[in-house]
Write a protein that binds this ligand. Structure first.
Ligand code: SAH
Ligand code: SF4
Ligand code: F3S
Length: 335
């Protein structure tokens, strides 16, 4: 069988797609050179923002047109978008927890194989999220927080540590892993010529011990992704982020104190419900002060079922976009 995997969304999806790819190859299937030549197209989806959702739906629509010409074509939709909504006219529809079953459903029963040697390896340490940031759909499509058993993490780590250059520990909020600094310290002491990274950190659970561990062990990379979301206390509260701008800046100060060459990246949402021009200017000021290495900036996107979607004072779409554009421009100048 010739297959194509179309992957969208976060690093957790990148990881799932890589595993599916590897298992299909191991079963003797090959990657198709084009959609037209494929026997199976697998969409590993995301729905965190409306733009992602609409893009994926249009790509699925194109695949359905191909299927009219070639009824043998199998279309599989897995991951967050299919956990959120029904998608008609496709052959396989799986959510997030059973996404890996797509391999079996495509006709092969397989035993799991050790990962191929790759220069970058991803290891899930937690699944799901129950922080319920008021704008976010992830808790609804990924389910409650589950901690991956340490033996599984260790086994996967041991398989990659001697071949991978970069190893990423993944979770929607890695700091929710019980005693995360200890896990980090243990893995950083293993043999192998790797750099250890982790994604994403949440300021509310971020433990100063983590910084000490990062500073102590040379195998831990000096980079951190610490989504701030906005730089204004009023909005942070409405977002249910459970930290203040002062808390956030305090973490940044300690990071820079202990790790002078730290590379700090963040995520910012512009135009969250209730955000006034003044609130946005506070975010601009905070961003200018902190001087991030990079910031991923998103206009706020309404997600059905979330608390923020039902809030009053929704900001007009053009204002959300204008603010995001302004912040992108400020970041570009600063960098
Ligand atoms: N678990 C991670 C991020 C998950 S989603 C964390 O908490 O940091 C990745 C990013 O998408 C978020 O950090 C946020 O900035 C953005 N995002 C999530 N929901 C959004 C929405 N409804 N509208 C706009 N951006 C959103
Ligand atoms: Fe979404 Fe917040 Fe969980 Fe991140 S921590 S996945 S933003 S609910
Ligand atoms: Fe998207 Fe699901 Fe990741 S919604 S950002 S693929 S957790």
């Amino acid at each position: 069988m010739k297959f194509i995997i179309k992957n969208y969304g976060c690093q957790m999806n990148v990881n799932t797609a890589a595993k599916i790819n590897q298992q299909l190859l191991a079963a003797g299937h090959v990657v198709a050179e084009s959609d037209e030549q494929a026997d199976a197209i697998i969409f590993n989806t995301c729905c965190v923002r409306n733009t992602a959702e609409q893009k994926i739906l249009s790509h699925i629509a194109l695949a359905k047109q191909l299927k009219q010409k070639n009824p043998q074509l199998k279309i599989a939709v897995i991951g967050c978008l299919s956990a959120k909504r029904k998608i008609h006219g496709v052959d396989i529809l799986l959510g997030t927890e059973d996404a890996m079953n797509v391999v079996e459903k495509l006709g092969e029963t397989l035993r799991p194989l050790p990962p191929e040697p790759t220069s970058t390896a991803y290891i899930d340490i937690t699944y799901g999220c129950e922080n319920y940031c008021s704008y976010c759909i992830v808790p609804f499509v990924r389910g409650k927080l589950r901690i991956r058993p340490i033996e599984e993490i260790r086994a996967e780590f041991n398989q990659v540590k001697d071949t991978a250059k970069d190893i990423y520990l993944l979770g929607q909020n890695v700091n929710a892993y019980p005693n995360f600094p200890q896990l980090l310290a243990k893995l950083a002491q293993q043999s192998g010529d790797f750099k250890l990274h982790f994604l994403s950190s949440h300021p509310k659970d971020f433990d100063i011990e983590t910084i000490k561990v990062m500073a102590k062990y040379p195998k831990i990379a000096h980079d951190i992704h610490l989504p701030m979301q906005c730089g204004c206390d009023k909005i942070l509260k409405l977002m249910n982020r459970k930290y203040t701008v002062a808390d956030y800046k305090n973490i940044i100060r300690q990071l820079r104190e202990l790790i002078p060459d730290i590379h700090i990246t963040t995520d910012i949402i512009c135009g969250f419900p209730g955000e006034t021009d003044e609130d946005f200017e506070e975010t601009v000021k905070t961003v200018e002060e902190i001087k991030f290495s990079a910031a991923y900036i998103f206009p706020y996107s309404n997600r059905t079922g979330t608390v923020a979607d039902k809030m009053e004072n929704q900001v007009p779409f053009r204002t959300r976009k204008a603010r995001a554009t302004k912040l992108v421009e400020i970041m570009r100048k600063m960098s």
